[in-house]
Design a protein around this ligand. Sequence first.
Ligand SMILES: C[S@@+](CC[C@H](N)C(=O)[O-])C[C@H]1O[C@@H](n2cnc3c(N)ncnc32)[C@H](O)[C@@H]1O
Length: 324
Amino acid sequence: MISRTSIMVAAARAFGSREPDESLRNPDYLADKLIGPEELALIAEHPLSKINERDYAEAFQDPAILFLVWSMLARTRFIDDALRRAVENGATQIVTLGAGFDTRAYRLQELLRHCRVIEVDAAETQEYKKQRLQAATVEAPANLTYARCDFACEILSEVLRTAGYRAEEKTFFIWEGVCMYLPEASARQTLRMMATESARGSSVVLDYANQIGIEIGMKYAQGPLALAALWGEPWIFGVPGGTDGSEFFRELGFERGELISFSNWQAVSRYTSGKDGRMYGAAVFQRMQQEAQSQGRAAMPELTDEQREVWRKGAHWMAELYNI
Ligand SMILES: C[S@@+](CC[C@H](N)C(=O)[O-])C[C@H]1O[C@@H](n2cnc3c(N)ncnc32)[C@H](O)[C@@H]1O
């Protein structure tokens, strides 16, 4: 099964890379080459599937498009920045887990020229991506190795070793938009592997939900979350309770670096603002917020106060973790 969620997020980056203002543009310029009409047809249920038929400025006003494109702008920049820092701090190995249509190995070749890069993904999605890269004449760099793994039933460390991974090297792991799809045991096992089978000072960037957020999200599922479930990729794993996960990650051997809730507009705006300080889509978001406020509590009537508080503080986070 090809991961349609991987196509949906890449389509969001492709759209974001068309932004006329360079300082607000998603840096993933290769996404637009990889996501063509056939890929858009695979996500027909999402309004992003029509981006080639709509004017950018008009489609930008669509909240269903804007929210995902804004989130991807934050994620792409957050991870690109962390990747640059990791390489400057001596990481020589980059491992992208659940790579989907991640393009960092191709678009950041100069930065990664002295690194070993390993992309890991489920077989079908990886095969599909390789075909798309070929069709779009995007050449894979010589330092890139592809490895196939189903995180739910294979031993990741064995797969990585076969792919040339060296546990003694300082490594940067990218786990973008993946852990929420995994059974809890696999998510824990992957975190444990990253913490114990990499050199001290290695780091991980990931985004994740908390458990209460997953419960609320699935109960009132709409937009990307509902589509993920429809496509057989439901969000099932969340860090315990309604927390930001710091405690959970500490117990697994990580010290937190930067950690941001997608509900914290101020924090996210560091990654989604342009040169004039204006946030991507600010006016549309303001309008959405006013509409949500006027609908009030009716939007999710059965939530307890605790759940409401978790939702307000944030259910979806991005973090940088250090192996200590
Ligand atoms: C939402 S996509 C994210 C793709 C990419 N990291 C990005 O952010 O563009 C989820 C990815 O997780 C991968 N994935 C989900 N469950 C998996 C599993 N059990 N084993 C291997 N890969 C898995 C999918 O193949 C897909 O590439």
